[in-house]
Design a protein around this ligand. Sequence first.
Ligand SMILES: [Zn+2]
Length: 244
Amino acid sequence: MNKEETSKDLDYKTLLDRIYMSLPERTLSNSRFELPRAESMLQGKQTIWKNFSKVAKDLKRDEIQIYKFLMKEISTASAITNGTLVLNGIFNNYKINLILDKYIKNFVLCSACKKPDTDIISQNGVKVLKCSACGAITPLPKIWFWKDMIGKFHNSAAGNIFAACDKELLGSKVTFDGVEIHISKSFYGVDIITKEELITNINRADSVNIFGNKICSFLVSKKIITKDQIIIINNISHIQIYKI
Ligand SMILES: [Zn+2]
């Protein structure tokens, strides 16, 4: 072994020691992954998830991502303060842990070897789960969030118009039949709407104007519109409904 290799080995060993020292004890045992449990309690009409930030840290996941997932499962107002998550409404601990398990199954555990040694990485612009134990790469399930949808109701003597779009489209321009359409804040609004508001507003409007793949596929899944009604403009689903 020449000198160079020896020093390289040493460096590697030092590095490994450092890694092991900085790892939480649990990952060292390697064979068994203990699922972190949500500790929650009820306080009046609110539910307090006491160890929310700790769970996120244990899972090596972004709090906001877990938060968004939770919001998709139970749409309610909530806030993260000092490591706890306060949810409006009463959710028992069992339910919260069921949702947490669902999150872990989809966003933490490797689908091939079931180990939790994974990271979420971006691959060609798509977020995937990469396992450092077996190397498997799994596409993440497609989920999106109601917080990402906006809409505006326009009252007008000539008829009420409801406009809505996927949030990320705001401010963009699409061209259809040579006509440029601006997905503007003034028309589509800036306010986040819930799925209930979406459906209510569609029902009470005289005409509806919608842009966005997510919002349209939701409406198809709810049988509010059919696929044939969707017009694809620059790869974006668009729908107009007129009531007579
Ligand atoms: Zn794996």
